[in-house]
Design a binder for this molecule. Structure first.
Ligand code: NI
Length: 408
């Protein structure tokens, strides 16, 4: 059903090579919706801290595809259990799972009204090149691919491979983000993990002898969150970006936005169309930000200038409302509207959730006696970090001002 292709490869610093064997995969990579991912960074704000973290969703998506492909090739018993057709459907889901990201992914979702998972589905099912490529093979194919991404596919092993607590997506982004940030926290033994994977009944499991590799992977995730994804300086950049998006959204009916037509179209649509999302990427946005530096609106002018020149907001930890009240007073004394010049966030992260309702999300260990147990029942380390109090952190962000009392 799927036409074979003379073996093609992409070089990749994480996997060595990305191996392509099927025409449909190659065609999807060459579609305009997939090529757009070259213009969206994997880590929207982290390059403000780790300046080499400029890698794109394009390279991450290829990586998720490659890990999934290796699992079908190397995990004992897996390929026997899944038809060739379903293997390719799963590879397509792995490749296409991030198609719906907007520029600056998560911050952008504050004005997008539809999350990136839903957009991914709409792109696969809508009037797009990707949809035409898939439908030409079988009219049911777009739905089958989308159903793996949105967890409605009846074969749970397939969703487990692409989207669970031990999936190809997380494995690729941890390794890739660690590599491109130049940190070592995210590394773990991918080869060992794949080598110790097995199939038991309807699910993927890890052999007892692979438990240290799993623990390492869970800890890698924990450290990457606190050192990279939640880094206070990236959050300070996101706070400026968020404020700028909020100002743009507040001005969406105004003529001031006529200079940024793609953005205006997206913001004024009640439910932004897929075409409007696809017309936006980080190259377009950065150009618009640069134009906004001469906007007639002083807030757009100020926030875009801050963003491009990395004049980020200052931040501090908060435990109560006292600091916030002081900051508001200080902002008002300086004619700065707290709607745009004050941001708060609270972040928390548990690296592994043993109580997920959807059992295909969990990690299972198979013992020598063939008994299958959920990871936290077997690993003391994972039990301890899952049962402990969730680490939480609240911060407040606002511009540095050199005049007022406490902030001199
Ligand atoms: Ni992803």
């Amino acid at each position: 059903m799927f036409r074979k292709l003379t073996h093609r490869v992409f070089r990749d610093p994480i996997h060595g090579y990305i191996n392509i064997h099927e025409q449909v995969i190659w065609d999807c990579i060459n579609s305009k919706e997939f090529q757009r991912l070259r213009r969206i960074k994997q880590l929207g704000a982290s390059h403000q801290v780790y300046q080499t973290a400029e890698h794109s969703r394009f390279s991450h998506s290829l990586g998720v595809y490659e890990i999934t492909r290796r699992m079908f090739e190397e995990v004992k018993g897996l390929a026997d259990l899944v038809t060739n057709y379903d293997q390719t459907v799963t590879l397509l889901a792995a490749l296409l799972h991030d198609l719906g990201h907007g520029p600056f992914s998560h911050t952008f979702e504050s004005v997008s009204r539809i999350d990136h998972e839903k957009y991914t589905e709409l792109i696969i099912l809508g009037d797009t090149e990707i949809n035409a490529i898939l439908s030409a093979i079988d009219t049911r194919l777009p739905h089958q691919v989308a159903s793996i991404i949105n967890h409605s596919h009846p074969n749970k092993i397939l969703t487990q491979l692409v989207s669970s607590q031990l999936d190809a997506d997380r494995m690729d982004y941890l390794l890739r983000d660690a590599y491109f940030t130049g940190t070592s926290y995210g590394s773990f033994d991918l080869n060992r993990l794949i080598r110790t994977m097995r199939v038991s009944g309807e699910r993927l499991v890890i052999k007892e002898s692979g438990i240290h590799a799993v623990e390492d992977y869970i800890m890698a995730r924990y450290h990457m969150y606190w050192n990279v994804y939640f880094h206070a300086t990236s959050r300070a950049y996101e706070a400026v970006l968020y404020a700028l998006f909020r100002r743009l959204d507040d001005l969406k009916e105004s003529d001031l936005l006529d200079k940024y037509p793609r953005l205006k179209t997206f913001l004024v649509e009640e439910v932004p169309r897929v075409e409007s999302l696809l017309a936006l990427d980080e190259a377009v946005m950065i150009y618009y930000f640069s134009e906004m530096q001469s906007s007639e609106d002083p807030i757009l002018r100020d926030l875009s200038t801050r963003l491009l020149n990395r004049q980020l907001f200052a931040y501090e930890d908060i435990e109560d409302d006292v600091i916030e009240a002081e900051v508001i007073k200080m902002l008002e004394a300086n004619n700065l509207d707290p709607r745009y010049y004050l941001a708060k966030d609270t972040l928390g992260q548990t690296p592994y959730h043993p109580y997920e309702k959807e059992t295909s999300m969990l990690i299972y260990i198979i013992g020598r006696d063939q008994e299958v147990k959920e990871l936290s029942e077997v690993s003391e380390i994972v039990a301890a970090i899952s049962a402990g109090k969730e680490k939480k952190e609240s911060k407040i962000f606002y511009p540095k001002i050199k005049k007022v009392g406490a902030y001199e």
